[in-house]
Design a protein around this ligand. Structure first.
Ligand code: PGA
Length: 255
């Protein structure tokens, strides 16, 4: 499968970190370090930081995304933000289905699918997260879990819309734990995700989809993970909060 068919995407996921002033400072530090990137560079930040991040990133190759969006266009959903609202302020990317949302906020495959649909309807590019729990890996059902998460999340999504979909394979046991999947494990699951995309759409369609790995990717292990044929980038939590570390990962994806 030819890697050159796909653009590598390195995306940061800041989670619930950084005030607007802190966001500006870190992006100002990052800008010169990632200016030569030969991959797409995205920072998904808390809603409250979006304006500051966009201001700091203006004129650079850093694109700003959000960490979630609701499926309704508007309405009585206290505390939520809709996809058209994100679009209206120039947001281009949105993470959907992160395991922390599944784990702590009752996100299900069905609500992930509704959010994906809403994000696409607003013209946003979706970073769709899938991944197994430690218990599921131990029981040997990783592929089944990831296949079914992918299939349900993409229900009602057309082949033409796939160019607005990035998939992030994030084994839940590797997120924020310092424990990373081996390069082989990451590649194996990413490959299985590409196979399922081939079944739902067509192998050629699947070969064009960027599939990231996420889960304790850092400055030290990024090069090996990103060298895998089915790993087209990374979704980076902790290391995206440090300009130096993040830029090393971006450089590793630019080779
Ligand atoms: P981590 O987070 O890099 O801190 O493990 C990854 C993620 O949650 O997307």
């Amino acid at each position: 499968m030819d890697k050159s068919l796909r653009k590598a995407v390195i995306a940061g996921n800041w989670k619930m970190n950084k005030t607007p002033d802190e966001a500006k400072a870190i992006i100002n530090d990052m800008k010169p370090l990632v200016a030569d990137a030969d991959c797409d560079v995205v920072l998904c930040v808390p809603y409250i930081d979006i304006f500051a991040a966009q201001e700091a990133a203006a004129g650079s190759n850093i694109k700003i995304g959000a960490e979630n969006c609701h499926w309704a266009e508007s309405g009585a959903f206290t505390g939520e933000v809709s996809a058209p609202m994100l679009k209206a302020i120039g947001v281009e990317y949105v993470i959907i289905g992160h395991s922390e949302r599944r784990q702590y906020f009752g996100e299900t495959d069905e609500t992930v699918n509704k959010r994906v649909r809403a994000a696409l309807d607003s013209g946003l590019t979706v970073i769709l997260c899938v991944g197994e729990l430690l218990d599921e890996r131990k029981k040997g059902v990783t592929m089944e879990v990831v296949r079914s998460q992918t299939k349900i999340a993409l229900q009602g999504v057309s082949a033409e819309e796939l160019d607005k979909i990035i998939i992030a394979y994030e084994p839940v046991w590797a997120i924020g734990t310092g424990e990373t999947a081996t390069a082989e494990q990451a590649n194996e699951v990413n490959h299985a995700i590409r196979e399922v995309l081939g079944e739902i759409y067509c192998p050629k369609c699947a070969s064009r989809v960027t599939i990231q790995y996420g889960g304790s990717m850092n400055a030290k292990n990024a090069a090996e993970l990103l060298a895998q044929v089915d790993v087209d980038g990374g979704l980076i939590g902790g290391a995206s909060l440090k300009a130096d570390d993040f830029s090393v990962i971006v450089k590793a994806a630019s080779i």
